[in-house]
Design a protein around this ligand. Structure first.
Ligand SMILES: Nc1ncnc2c1ncn2[C@@H]1O[C@H](COP(=O)(O)OP(=O)(O)OP(=O)(O)O)[C@@H](O)[C@H]1O
Length: 465
């Protein structure tokens, strides 16, 4: 028997859905305000909560983290009379099962209730044996908690996982956490950076080769697929995997068999795949640069890591964590932080996400020699400039002839275009400043090598420019 709670101030709708779900053999309760709903959910272990957005005493979406914090955790289906893509996205990212617009079709709600309960049952019968090992992962913002829960789920299955997120959001860290929490943890964790694969050697790196199978193959070599036997193969920047190889790789993924170059014998490898990307694979499928069948295979389980600016409550924890680590590493007493320093960290947009924050802390500590407390002056110059430009832009508005402050009207491009233009210009300057020296460019930008290569490729920037 499953327990379902419906929270909606529309009593007719509640009755209608209750009747339908009772006929399906579920135990159903209802509440008509948010506070009654939260109280009920804390009292009884519901498997599923169907939650309206606009309630007389608050927003269902804003209360989502409270429902997600209840143990054992119920699944949540959001229902709304005024759907919009942003709140749909926020709901899904915060861990809701689905977001359904009213008027609700009984067919739709029945289908989603059935699916979410199946998922819930699989989840509860597949609880990780111990608490999730997450030592290296800092942060407990609701979006982060939802991702960690996905890690726990993924760790106890063997299906491929796709981790998406901007550069520096922690994709590799999460991939390692899935491995560390899985029953393959004593096996190898093999990293294949698809953005750094030399075209001619891709096949050999993946599948391995026999001695003499091509010019330069002086020794037989195991490919990464075989190296990952009994462990996890982490394919970073999977969107960069050459399309010619994708078909062969999909076959390996399905059959766990492959043939090294120059060999007539098929080998087996029992590996688990975790892939990561910061590209939009769906658009790549539409453009024809990524295979649809591989995409569908990968997207069976997706963990979408939020950018740092969407989980600002984690910034302080991350900063303090890394200050403590770096100070210990260099044998100094842990430095303190001024409120202004923390305020600057909160105000900055962190396009390079956690990697950029880690880098900024490292630079700040180096700049703070002889000081016990970090202040904004210790931050990297580019961050201070960015913060200053923002405050100046806000404070100074043109003064009209009559002395009044005029509101400047400019045609603004869509945010995505503006961000891409800024990124493109930044990369040009970066390449010019470092004379296309990749290690220096990575150090300054806080990008990984693969992240940098992917961006140079995206904007068609030649390393010789
Ligand atoms: N939640 C977190 N807690 C602590 N450290 C983190 C967290 N997320 C990321 N980091 C740190 O930030 C840096 C970048 O993380 P990682 O390499 O996993 O990002 P990524 O998303 O794989 O980046 P890219 O797409 O550029 O390869 C690493 O030093 C990592 O340890």
């Amino acid at each position: 028997m499953t327990n379902i709670l419906i929270i909606d101030d529309d009593q007719m709708l509640c009755e209608m859905v209750c009747r339908k779900l009772l006929t399906l053999g579920h135990e159903v309760s209802s509440a008509h305000t948010l506070s009654d709903g939260i109280a009920a959910a804390n009292e009884i272990a519901f498997d599923l909560v169907i939650l309206d957005v606009r309630l007389p005493d608050g927003s269902g979406i804003e209360a989502l983290p409270q429902f997600r914090a209840i143990k054992p955790q119920p699944e949540i289906i959001i229902i709304t009379g005024e759907g919009d893509p942003d709140s749909a996205e926020l709901s899904i990212k915060t861990g809701a099962w689905d977001y359904i617009e009213k008027p609700i079709s009984m067919r739709e709600i029945t289908l989603q209730v059935t699916r979410s309960l199946e998922f819930h049952q699989a989840k509860t019968t597949c609880q990780p044996k111990t608490m999730l090992k997450r030592d290296a992962i800092v942060g407990n913002a609701p979006l982060m908690e939802a991702c960690l829960e996905n890690v726990a789920q993924s760790a106890c299955t063997d299906t491929p996982v796709l981790i998406t997120g901007e550069t520096g959001t922690g994709k590799e860290l999460f991939a390692r956490a899935i491995h560390a929490n899985s029953n393959r943890s004593s096996g190898p964790f093999v990293v294949l950076d698809c953005a750094a694969l030399p075209d001619k050697l891709v096949e050999s790196l993946l599948f391995g080769h026999r001695k003499g199978s091509f010019t330069g193959a002086d020794h037989a070599r195991d490919g990464m697929i075989l190296q990952a036997n009994k462990g996890t193969l982490f394919m970073d920047e999977v969107g960069e995997l050459p399309i010619a190889i994708q078909r062969a790789f999909l076959r390996v993924l399905q059959e766990r068999r492959f043939r090294p170059i120059g060999s007539s014998q098929e080998l087996k490898s029992d590996f688990r795949l975790v892939a990561a990307t910061n590209r939009d694979l769906e658009s790549m499928v539409q453009e024809g640069s990524f295979r649809k069948d591989l995409f569908f295979r990968l997207k069976a389980a997706v963990i979408q890591l939020p950018p740092l600016h969407e989980r600002k409550t984690d910034i302080e924890k991350l900063a303090l964590h890394y200050i403590s680590i770096f100070c210990k590493r260099s044998g100094m007493i842990t430095k303190g932080v001024s409120p202004e320093f923390m305020h600057s960290l909160q105000a900055y947009s962190w396009p390079g996400n956690v990697r950029e924050l880690v880098n900024a802390i490292d630079v700040a500590l180096a700049n703070a020699q002889g000081h016990n407390v970090l202040i904004p002056m210790h931050l990297p110059v580019n961050i201070r400039v960015s913060l200053k430009r923002r405050t100046i832009g806000n404070a100074v508005t043109p003064i009209g002839a009559g002395g009044e402050r005029a509101v400047q009207r400019v045609d603004l491009p869509p945010l995505k275009d503006a961000l891409e233009e800024t990124e493109r210009r930044y990369l040009h300057s970066l390449m010019a400043r470092t004379e296309a020296n990749i290690p220096s460019a990575c150090r300054i930008s806080g990008l990984s090598r693969s992240g940098l290569y992917a961006r140079l490729k995206k904007y068609n920037i030649n390393r010789s420019t």
